[in-house]
Design a protein around this ligand. Structure first.
Ligand code: TYM
Length: 318
């Protein structure tokens, strides 16, 4: 059976972008693959963090992942599977500084700033380890992770060529709609967890009235007339709303005003979030269940990753 793998970083509260770009494709992949889905708590320490908040966010992220329907997968916390950090070092010895310097995320978040954590620089090697340890065929992610997955493929090919065939070279998969959800208040910027307080970021646990308010205030443009509601390069706000609508299963047919578009988007988003939030409330009442799932998941991951780590170490001469 094919394997699929993906992780989410608990650096903030999950957003509609995480759901449409990653969680929903991850749910769909469970039908015909053996899936490994993780919470990348080590990645959450690459920027200044608070230990108590990290613990809370790991819990919330795990509960949301299960509420979104990932219950058929092996769900785990990265730090509970020591091979991730161990293989990351071997991949730091495979990647080059030229490659790491080219990573857009590093350039945007910290290059040239003295207080940037060293781990933000080596982050892509840890992410490559997360992936390669499981020899997955597919890695479903949003478009912002494309460069990291491409580097992972390059590292797998280089490692196999230099030291022997240890790793599978994974395919990146992007969703047809929702691969890059933008902020509602600034459609030129990605909707991200770190801006969770912003008016333009829809959180998975936002109640319907908050969703309505945020969508209602979404930035559009000054076009009027019968064809204003359409996707186009010069219309980033409207394009984003149409993309969210499509990804949430709604239709733009017959919509001629921005007011009608926003109402349709609100209804479609609320319809997707409501069942997830109901399930979240049930699971939050049963923390022991979430703990059991994470413990069983980490145990299976330790079994699966152990031999791959040993193979990589042996190939490198350790
Ligand atoms: P993270 O936690 O930033 O995001 C988790 C997943 O959600 C996707 N995503 C989005 N998709 C569409 N629109 C958006 N606005 C949006 N924001 C986020 C991301 O593409 C991702 O799929 N480094 C990764 C976590 C990670 C990982 C891995 C992923 C660590 N190891 C191994 C895959 C495989 C990250 O920080 O994603």
């Amino acid at each position: 059976m094919e394997r699929t793998l993906s992780l989410l970083t608990p650096s903030g509260r999950l957003t509609l972008g995480n759901l449409l770009g990653a969680l929903r494709p991850m749910v769909a992949a469970q039908r015909d693959a053996d899936c490994f889905y993780g919470i990348a708590d080590l990645h959450a320490m690459t920027t200044p963090h608070d230990p108590g908040r990290l613990r809370t966010l790991v819990r919330e992220t795990a509960t949301l992942m299960l509420a979104a329907g990932l219950g058929d997968a092996t769900v785990f916390t990265q730090s509970q599977v020591p091979a991730h950090a161990q293989l990351a070092y071997l991949l730091e010895c495979t990647a080059t500084t030229g490659e790491l310097n080219r990573m857009i995320q590093f350039k945007e978040k910290g290059r040239g700033v003295d207080s940037t954590r060293a781990s933000l620089y080596t982050y892509p090697a840890l992410m490559a380890a997360d992936i390669l340890l499981y020899r997955p065929h597919r890695v479903p992610v949003g478009a912002d992770q494309r460069q990291h997955v491409e580097l992972t493929r390059d590292l797998a090919l280089r490692f196999n060529r230099l030291y022997g065939p240890v790793f599978t070279v994974p395919e990146l998969t992007l969703p047809a709609a929702g691969a890059r959800v933008m902020r509602l208040d600034d459609p030129t910027r990605k909707m991200g967890k770190s801006d969770a307080d912003a008016a333009g970021v829809v959180l998975l646990l936002d109640p319907p009235d908050v969703v309505r308010r945020k969508v209602g205030r979404a930035v559009t443009d000054s076009d009027t007339g019968p064809d204003a509601v359409r996707a186009a390069p010069g219309k980033p706000g409207v394009t984003n709303l149409l993309e969210v609508l499509a990804a949430c299963g709604g239709s733009a047919e017959g919509l001629t005003t921005y007011g009608a578009l926003k109402r349709a988007v609100t209804d479609a988003v609320v319809a997707v979030l409501e069942p997830l939030q109901e399930r979240y409330a049930e699971l939050a009442d049963d923390p022991a269940h979430v703990t059991t799932v994470l413990e069983a998941g980490a145990a299976r991951c330790r079994e699966v990753t152990g031999p791959v780590l040993v193979a990589a170490q042996a190939a490198m001469g350790l």
